[in-house]
Design a protein around this ligand. Structure first.
Ligand SMILES: O=C(CO)[C@H](O)[C@H](O)COP(=O)(O)O
Length: 226
């Protein structure tokens, strides 16, 4: 799977152009995109970047990719990030790496959003992967009860024998649905529960291209809105 991730990640770097503000997502597939962008910078590419997590920011700095503060940008030209599942309409489940709240902010503020996955993440219907939902620690049990009422089995994510805490200081509930037929509607329903910070459902028209990598070195580009 690593080869497939590498092909998708490296392929995405061809969309990065001089002068762009580039958003860097989080995860093992984005790792390859960041490395490739780092190589292009060595060859003279000039960009400014913002990162969706401390992990990605650290990696970018190691690759001499200039990370700028959010106060110095107005929008992002191109956002590159991975996903846990992607369907043909460009709906995504994200947040397996626990960074989906910040990732959603970056995606929302981007002119183009490129999603990079290995081919095993392409699905007919979302929902096999448990949907990550970031929730406030305050009264978390009550929030979990309302999530359950929407038809899922929510589990608070653990980090070894500790509660998993996001970079925003919150809990993550991994919500196993049987299948997600209507991502737009479900996303809205979950977001209406007080205590929910953000869902890992990236529904609607956010995605410009899904790049799926295969182990044999080929890639497939899916443009959901063309
Ligand atoms: O949403 C994410 C992190 O919050 C990642 O993009 C997603 O979990 C995919 O990760 P990977 O590329 O490691 O398979």
């Amino acid at each position: 799977m690593d080869d497939a991730k590498r092909h998708a990640g490296e392929w995405s770097a061809r969309y990065v152009q001089n002068g762009m503000v580039v958003g860097l997502g989080t995860g093992s597939t984005v790792f390859y995109a960041i490395q490739k962008i780092g190589e292009l910078i060595k060859q003279g590419l000039t960009i400014r970047a913002v990162a969706s997590s401390e992990r990605s920011e650290k990696l970018a700095r190691e690759m001499n990719i200039p990370i700028v503060p959010f106060t110095s940008i107005d929008s992002i030209d191109l956002y590159i990030d991975g996903a846990d599942e992607a369907d043909r309409q460009g709906h995504l489940i994200k947040g397996g790496g626990g960074a989906h709240t910040r990732e959603k902010i970056l995606a929302y503020n981007s002119k183009k959003f490129i999603v990079i996955v290995d081919s095993s993440k392409l699905v007919e219907h979302l929902g096999k992967f448990p949907l990550p939902v970031e929730i406030l620690p305050f009264a978390a049990e009550l929030t979990l009860k309302h999530l359950k009422a929407l038809g899922c089995e929510p589990r608070l994510r653990r980090n070894g024998d500790q509660q998993y805490i996001s970079e925003n200081g919150n809990f993550t509930a991994d919500c196993q649905f049987k299948t997600i037929e209507d991502p737009v509607h479900l996303d809205a329903a979950i977001r209406s529960i007080p205590g929910v910070v953000a869902t890992g459902l990236f529904a609607n028209t956010m995605v410009t291209i899904v790049i799926a990598g295969y182990a044999d070195g080929t890639v497939k580009e899916i443009k959901p809105h063309e």
